[in-house]
Design a protein around this ligand. Structure first.
Ligand code: FAD
Ligand code: SF4
Ligand code: SF4
Length: 463
C-alpha cells in the first residue's frame, strides 16, 4: 500500500539555536525506517516524470522501489548507474527545481523526497559496504584532467574505469573544487567528499595538487608530456564585484575569499588550527544565491550578532535553494529584500562602518523574464555594518584562455564547446562544468564531465 501522506517524512535536524553556533551538518539524514516510509509515497508512475527533471536521469522510481523493499545495496547500484556522487547530490542538488519539481505527488502535497532518499542510500552504502578491489584493464593512454571539482572528478572517474591513465591537475593544495572550498561543512561534510576522492585514487587516478595550469604548465606542454586528450574543468572561481565606492575597504570580502578561508583554511577551528578570518558584529552579505546563504550562515556561526542578506529583488526571485533560505531564516539571518547597495562607507582608518543602500521596486520584466528592480525615490538609508561580503556571482578565470592558443571563449570568459561532446576549438581538448556555463550546479558539472569522458573515449579510439 502506498503511503498517501501529503507531507514528506521529516528529516531530523539540529535545532536552529544550537546549529548556528557550530559547523556540524544541519540535516541528520533518514533512518532506514524513515527512508522506507518515505519511499512508499512514490506511486511508481509508468511515465516517470521525475526522471526527466534529473540532469543525469537517475532511475528514480526503480531505486525508490528498492528502498521501499529494504534493498538498499540494490538501490545504490541503481542510482550509480548514472550518478557517481549520490551522497553529494542528495545533499546539494536543487531538487525543488529538478527531479522533485516534476513529481506527481507534488500536485496535491509535497513531492517524494527524492534527494533525501538518494542521500540515505549513499550514506547507508558508505557505512555498510565492504571496499572491493576492482581490476581495470589499462590501455596505457594518458589523459589530463584540469581542475578537481565535480566536473573533473566525474570525468576522471569515468575515464579511469575505461582503462585510461588519468592525472588530475589541481591549482589548490586540496582537491574537490567548490565541494571542498565553497560549500560549508554544515551542508556538505568534507569527509564525505574526501571519501569520493579517495575511491578515485584507489582506482588509479593520480592527483597532482598545487599545479596551476596555464602558469606552471601550459596545455601544449601537457601534450608534449604525452597526454593524448585533456578535459578542462576549472570552474568559475573569479569573483564579481559591484563596482561601487568602498569595495577596497578593510572588512570587505569576496564570498570566495571568505568561504575559502573558512572551509579550506579551517578558520572556524582557529586558533587551535587553521587561519583566521575577521568577522565583525554586524555583517552584510550582498546577493541572494546559495553562495550568499552559505556566507551569511557561516558569518553567524563565527559569532556575528546581526547578519543581513541584502538583495535587490523580492523573496520570490531569490535564486538560492528553498531549503537554504528556510534554514537561514531559522538561524536568525535578517533579509533586507528590495534593497540595493550604492556605497560602502569607511572609517578614517579605512575600515568598513556601514553600507549605503536604496530601496527598490519591481518594474517590467527584463530579458531574464524577472521583473527589473528600479530605484524608489528618496529611499537612501544606511545599514550599520563592519563587515561586507560580496556574493553576486563568479566568472571563469581567464588564465587558461590567456595562455592557450586556439581555445575559443565567449566575451564573458566561458569556454565555447560543442554541446553534445564538450569538444573545444582545440584538437583533443574538452571542457565542461562552470568553466563552460558560468556558475551553475554540481549535477550539471557532473553531467558535463560524463559527456566529455564519453566523447574523449570515442576520440581516442578513433585516433
Ligand atoms: P569547481 O567546483 O569550481 O572546481 C574547479 C576546480 O578547478 C577548482 O578546484 C579550482 O581550484 C581548479 N582550477 C581552477 N583553475 C585551475 C587551473 N588553472 N589549473 C588547475 N586547476 C584549476 N551547486 C549546487 O548544485 N547546489 C548547491 O547547493 C551549491 N552551493 C554552492 C555554494 C557555493 C558557496 C558555491 C561557490 C557554489 C555552489 N554551487 C552549488 C555551485 C557548484 O558548486 C558548482 O556549479 C560546481 O562546483 C561546478 O563544478 P566544476 O567542477 O565545474 O568547478
Ligand atoms: Fe534529483 Fe539530483 Fe538525484 Fe538527479 S541527481 S535525482 S536531480 S537529487
Ligand atoms: Fe515516484 Fe514522484 Fe517519480 Fe511518480 S513522479 S515515480 S511518484 S518519484
Amino acid at each position: 500500500m502506498p503511503n498517501m501522506s501529503p507531507d514528506k517524512v521529516k528529516m531530523p535536524e539540529q535545532e536552529p539555536d544550537v546549529r548556528n553556533k557550530n559547523f556540524l551538518e544541519v540535516a541528520l539524514g533518514y533512518t532506514p525506517e524513515m527512508a522506507q516510509e518515505e519511499a512508499k509515497r512514490c506511486l511508481q508512475c509508468k511515465n516517470k516524470p521525475c526522471v526527466a527533471g534529473c540532469p543525469v536521469n537517475v532511475k528514480i522510481p526503480e531505486f525508490i522501489q528498492h528502498v521501499a523493499n529494504g534493498e538498499f545495496e540494490k538501490a545504490y547500484e541503481k542510482i550509480t548507474e548514472t550518478n557517481s556522487l549520490p551522497a553529494i547530490c542528495g545533499r546539494v542538488c536543487p531538487q525543488e527545481s529538478q527531479c522533485e519539481k516534476l513529481c506527481v505527488r507534488g500536485i496535491k502535497g509535497e513531492p517524494v523526497a527524492i534527494g533525501r532518499l538518494e542521500r540515505f542510500v549513499a550514506d547507508w552504502f558508505m557505512q555498510n559496504s565492504k571496499p572491493q578491489a576492482k581490476s581495470i584493464q589499462k590501455n596505457g593512454t594518458k589523459v589530463a584532467v584540469i581542475g578537481s571539482g565535480p566536473a573533473g572528478l566525474t570525468c576522471a572517474g569515468d575515464l579511469v574505469n575505461l582503462g585510461y591513465d588519468v592525472t588530475i591537475f589541481e591549482a589548490f593544495h586540496t582537491p574537490g573544487g567548490v565541494l571542498m572550498y565553497g560549500i560549508p561543512e554544515f551542508r556538505l561534510p568534507k569527509a564525505l567528499v574526501q571519501k569520493e576522492i579517495d575511491s578515485l585514487k584507489q582506482l588509479g587516478v593520480e592527483i597532482k595538487t598545487n599545479m596551476v595550469i596555464g602558469k606552471v604548465l601550459s596545455l601544449d606542454e601537457l601534450k608534449d608530456e604525452g597526454y593524448k586528450a585533456m578535459f578542462i574543468g576549472t570552474g568559475a572561481g573569479l569573483p564579481n564585484f559591484m563596482g561601487i565606492p568602498g569595495e577596497n575597504l578593510n572588512g570587505v570580502y569576496s564570498s570566495n575569499e571568505f568561504l575559502t578561508r573558512i572551509n579550506l583554511m579551517k578558520a572556524y577551528l582557529f586558533p587551535q588550527y587553521g587561519t583566521p578570518v575577521k568577522v565583525g558584529k554586524n555583517v552584510a552579505v550582498v546577493g541572494g544565491g546559495n553562495v550568499a546563504m552559505d556566507a551569511a550562515r557561516s558569518a553567524k556561526r563565527l559569532g556575528a550578532e546581526n547578519v543581513y542578506i541584502v538583495y535587490r529583488r523580492s523573496e520570490k526571485e531569490l535564486p538560492a535553494r528553498l531549503e537554504e533560505i528556510h534554514h537561514a531564516k531559522e538561524e536568525g539571518i535578517i533579509f533586507k529584500l528590495l534593497t540595493n547597495p550604492t556605497k560602502i562607507i569607511g572609517t578614517d582608518e579605512g575600515w568598513v562602518k556601514g553600507i549605503e543602500c536604496v530601496e527598490m521596486e519591481l518594474g517590467e520584466p527584463d530579458s531574464s523574464g524577472r521583473r527589473r528592480p528600479v530605484v524608489k525615490k528618496n529611499s537612501e538609508h544606511i545599514i550599520d555594518v563592519d563587515t561586507v561580503i560580496i556574493a553576486i556571482g563568479q566568472s571563469p578565470n581567464p588564465l587558461i584562455k590567456s595562455t592557450t592558443k586556439g581555445l575559443d571563449t565567449h566575451d564573458w570568459g566561458g569556454i565555447i564547446v560543442e554541446e553534445a561532446t564538450g569538444a573545444t576549438s582545440k584538437e583533443g581538448v574538452y571542457a565542461g562544468g562552470d568553466a563552460v556555463t558560468g556558475a551553475a550546479t554540481v549535477i550539471l558539472a557532473m553531467g558535463a564531465g560524463k559527456t566529455a569522458a564519453k566523447a574523449i573515449d570515442e576520440y581516442l579510439r578513433n585516433d
